[in-house]
Ligand binder design. Structure first.
Ligand code: PMP
Length: 416
């Protein structure tokens, strides 16, 4: 044994050196949210300090509508802590099911027009646990998985021993159909896909995917994590917007993004939910969400269902931001969603631009590098929300124009 102890620690050092060399080392920026000033945060990073006395405007949060700082949502959490304490006190099975849990599950089922809903401790766990449980339930399952599915879905699919996985090209219905047609007719099949893909910001054709699945006798599993709260008249996601929620067998979502709190869930038929409740390890063997989180999520879902102004304002702000980027000649990926990726194309440059945005301008935009996106497609991922003002937008666009040196683009365009 060397001074570093077990060989594993040596492995870690070498692996981390590699990760750093490839520009993939993960650095977190400590940011304290200001509850009454969203999207302003206080910077607490001892290394990368923004200009003296400056607050940070966050442009990459997944609390898309600012529900996590909504006073009614925060108050619901505080009231629940006062009434029920800080923790759940057990797993769902062991004294950890409060009436609030059941109420939230019913609310989510109704949001998606499904018979029943089930809460998990996060969206990640809801995908991993549900897919793994479904795909190990009967022998011979084949899961048809979109190439760009989230890591949590992949974890569930890969963890389902005895089942097989067929990856179809991203949002490619012809490829999905060819693969469905080639599979054994009698095998139980599941098509797993997302509505809004979070890194490219593109949206799948849910109706067409479900129609194909039906044609080949497959069930459908839809991750609406980046869509719930944001799309549809009540925030039921793209499946609600497109009027096709009833065609999807299983709709999964999070309470942590559009709803701004924490936790994940699936909704579907009574049999499915009852089976997951009794068989999904990731549901059964973990302490349930604290009542404060459930109460806050319940308040948030109810508010978001009732009041459409937040989503309308968010989409208005997204368009206003795109118009400014266009006018300034800052390149961006045109998407049909609320996600605005700014292509950079190099991990080091992407990290450096993000660092300079923070240290020179007090603006926070996460660099998205490999392996989250393919090499050469590194980007900043911006998510304008209802609370980004015109002045904040002007500041961000000017900073991007400088750091990306768009004067070069402008000259090229002018010369063309
Ligand atoms: N699905 C997708 C598509 C996601 O992007 C994420 C998280 N980024 C999750 C699931 C996991 O959700 P949560 O953050 O609630 O664990």
């Amino acid at each position: 044994m060397d001074a570093g102890g077990h060989p594993f620690y040596r492995f870690c050092r070498t692996a981390l050196e590699d990760i750093r060399r490839q520009g993939r080392y993960r650095q977190f920026t400590p940011l304290a949210r200001q509850a009454d000033n969203y999207p302003l945060y206080d910077q607490a990073d001892p290394v990368v300090q923004p200009p003296e006395g400056r607050e940070v405007v966050v442009w990459s949060a997944n609390d898309y509508l600012g529900m996590g700082v909504d006073p009614a949502v925060a108050e619901a959490a505080i009231a629940a802590i006062r009434a029920h304490g800080a923790g759940a006190g057990g797993t769902r099975n062991i004294a950890g099911t409060s009436p609030l849990h059941a109420e939230l599950e019913a609310e989510l089922a109704s949001l998606h027009g499904k018979e029943a809903g089930l809460l998990f401790v996060s969206g990640y766990v809801s995908n991993q646990a549900s897919l793994q449980t479904i795909l190990t339930s009967m022998p011979g399952w084949i899961c048809f998985s979109d190439r760009q599915n989230h890591a949590s879905m992949i974890a569930g699919i890969k963890g389902a021993r005895g089942s097989s996985c067929v990856i179809f090209e991203h949002n490619d219905l012809a490829d999905l159909e060819a693969k469905l047609a080639a599979a054994p007719k009698d095998a139980p099949k599941l098509v797993a896909f997302e509505s809004v893909y979070s890194m490219d910001g593109d949206i799948s054709d849910i109706a067409a995917t479900c129609a194909l699945a039906r044609k080949y006798g497959a069930m459908t599993y839809l991750d609406e994590v980046h869509a719930v709260g944001l799309y549809g008249a009540q925030g039921g996601g793209v499946s609600e917007r497109d009027g096709v929620a009833d065609q999807v067998d299983i709709i999964e979502g999070t309470l942590a993004k559009g709803f701004g709190v924490h936790g994940g869930y699936v909704t579907g038929s009574v049999e499915l939910i009852d089976y997951l409740r009794c068989a999904a390890s990731g549901f059964i063997f973990t302490t349930s969400l604290p009542p404060s989180v459930v109460a806050a999520a319940l308040a948030s879902v109810r508010l978001v269902r009732k009041d459409g102004w937040r989503r309308e304002k968010m989409f208005e702000r997204v368009e206003a931001f795109r118009a400014r980027l266009r006018a300034a000649g800052v390149p961006f990926m045109q998407t049909p969603s609320h996600i605005v990726p700014i292509p950079v194309g190099d991990a080091d440059r992407c990290t450096e631009i993000s660092r300079r945005l923070l240290s020179e301008y007090g603006l926070y935009a996460t660099p998205i590098n490999y392996p989250t996106v393919p090499r050469g497609t590194e980007r900043l991922r911006l998510t304008p929300g209802p609370f980004h003002t015109d002045a904040m937008m002007d500041e961000m666009v000017a900073a991007l124009a400088t750091l990306l040196d768009v004067s070069v683009n402008r000259k090229v365009h002018a010369a063309a």
